[in-house]
Design a protein around this ligand. Structure first.
Ligand SMILES: Cc1cc2nc3c(=O)[nH]c(=O)nc-3n(C[C@H](O)[C@H](O)[C@H](O)COP(=O)(O)O)c2cc1C
Length: 320
């Protein structure tokens, strides 16, 4: 499958696709042209926290181009955040208009702004007036109403945006249910900016199916599909899926880099184990018996027990 002309991005997945993940991924796998980082929630009157600055620093993001993402509905806070990220060396930032969680969306941030194109307009008007960076937007079809995107796109078309990423679900759907391809096709025709499709790209076959339905789309964002099978972006770009032995050794190397990276970054064994358990929610699905794999990980209560479990897991067969 030769798809050299397409552009692939790594989706932001909070708690998972952080700086350690992106660096380890780039060491072991290929296929992504850039990554959008999980959101930073900007706080009125506060600068970025130390941990956020470390996540965003150019130094910690040399291996793959990374675009920071921010969550806010307050124009002055937005502007201050963009300036800070520019000072850190970034020339592009993504605005989150898709987060569905009630604590965010219920307070008019993330997907909570989608029913209010007038508010989006007012914020962009103030922020883009003297903006030091390029801005892109990641959004859903709507909060509850899947046609809200139409009015939002009319607003977005009036501003110079780097790209518009559509996760083709409503916020009510959270991360389940089907992605709406008819509305995604309509969104592509309405969008005057480079358009990125996101949602449920889980295999090379699925990608071909989506490509046939959305033939004019050339930018694609992969989330959970690539977390489960990190070879997926390279295969979509035309590579061969490595043989099982090779895949297992790549996964093992990737895992070991993650473990080492977090051991150097996090304080205390429980933080380390919790972090790794989060990754196993996805990595376990690469194995023939994901339930057994997860149980082994969850039953590991010290880094030593964890290391033994990981050793055993990487002797187990992969799913396909
Ligand atoms: C646990 C989790 C955390 C996520 N965090 C973010 C985030 O920080 N910012 C964002 O724009 N999207 C976030 N998303 C949404 C993904 O970027 C993506 O839009 C969604 O998972 C659909 O793509 P996929 O089917 O390829 O996974 C998150 C999704 C999940 C499952």
């Amino acid at each position: 499958m030769i798809k050299n002309e397409i552009i692939l991005s790594m989706a932001p997945v909070r708690g998972i696709t952080d700086a350690v993940y992106r660096k380890s991924f780039a060491h072991c796998f290929s296929g992504f042209d850039y990554a959008i980082a999980p959101f930073i929630q900007l706080r009125q009157g506060h600068s970025l926290r130390l941990g956020e600055r470390l996540q965003m620093s150019i130094e910690n993001n040399r291996e793959i181009r990374m675009i920071p993402q921010v969550l806010t509905n307050h124009a002055p806070t937005f502007t201050a955040g963009l300036r800070e990220l520019h000072e850190l060396g970034h020339d592009e930032v993504n605005w989150n208009l898709g987060c569905p969680y009630p604590t965010v969306a219920g307070r008019g941030r993330g997907a909570g702004l989608l029913p209010h194109p007038d508010r989006i307009d007012a914020i962009l008007n103030q922020v883009l007036n003297r903006c030091p960076v390029r801005l892109s937007v990641k959004l859903r079809l709507g909060y509850g109403d899947p046609d809200e995107f139409q009015a939002v796109f009319k607003v977005l078309n009036r501003y110079p945006l780097a790209e518009v990423i559509l996760h083709s679900r409503t916020a009510d759907q959270m991360y389940g249910g089907s992605v709406d391809l008819e509305r995604a096709a309509l969104a592509k025709t309405l969008c005057m900016h480079p358009f990125v499709f996101n949602g449920n790209i889980t295999s090379p076959d699925k990608f071909c199916e989506l490509r046939a339905r959305l033939p004019d789309v050339d930018r694609w964002m992969l989330g959970r599909g690539a977390l489960i099978c990190p070879s997926l972006p390279a295969v979509i770009k035309g590579g061969e899926l490595p043989a099982p032995e090779k895949r297992r050794s790549q996964l093992r190397e990737f895992h070991d880099l993650l473990f080492e990276g977090y051991r150097n970054m996090l304080s205390g064994p429980s933080h380390l184990l919790d972090k790794m358990k989060g990754h196993w929610e996805y990595m376990a699905l690469s194995f023939a018996e994901p339930g057994t794999v997860l149980n082994r990980i969850c039953d590991s209560h010290s880094p030593e027990a964890y290391a033994k479990s990981a050793y055993w897991i990487f002797s187990q067969p992969l799913s396909r």
